[in-house]
Design a protein around this ligand. Sequence first.
Ligand SMILES: [Zn+2]
Length: 248
Amino acid sequence: MRLTVLGCAGSFPGPESPCSAYLVEAQGFRLLVDFGSGSLSTLQRYAGLHAPDAILLTHLHCDHILDAASYVVVRRYAPDGPYPPLPVYAPPGAPDRLATAYGQDDGSVEDVYQFYGLRPGTFPIGPFTVTVDRVNHPVETYGVRLEHEGRVLCYSSDTAPCDALLRLAQDADVFLCEASYLDGMDNPPDLHLTGREAGETATKAGVGRLLLTHLVVAWGSEANTVAAAAGAYTGPLEVVRAGASYEV
Ligand SMILES: [Zn+2]
């Protein structure tokens, strides 16, 4: 499978990247995982306006979902549309949240999206076997494990260290892991990972490659985050960029 980073800025868009959005492709099927602020732009640049065959939203924080509201216009009012409802796998509050964000008078975007409520477990989306579980973040948030033909991609979503993340990442070929916080700071608990914690999780889970994401560029230090992660994980690691693409 192929992972293309459409956005990787943590918490708010950065000068070089939109917020979280990752396109994962296998057998011509394209699953968009998160659809954060600004990523509708890079979707067009790196994939195409109508690229997604399905969407998975890991949690309902605005930096992971807001362009799914903008995307309503694309599906509903396209000159060659409207397009048929697109499957969206998301926490149960997603239909109301996206309708509110869009500003819908009748309170529905269900002509555009066919919603499936996430809960912990394993299920298929297109050619992928998807496993999701609740991770350690203040709202209902799902870490994701995607499997295809024996290859495994794990995405942490937003989380502090937790056992669910270790299980999801176990022996993953590629571990796309958030590293929002700087080590050595007085970080609030149960919210995000530091670089060191991302590295520790990668080591404990035995992953093949660590891709760091969701760094908060304006407040952080990429060099410090990478050094902290490398102090805890000796495998290959890098910080992802918008537009980067990886064969998993
Ligand atoms: Zn979040």
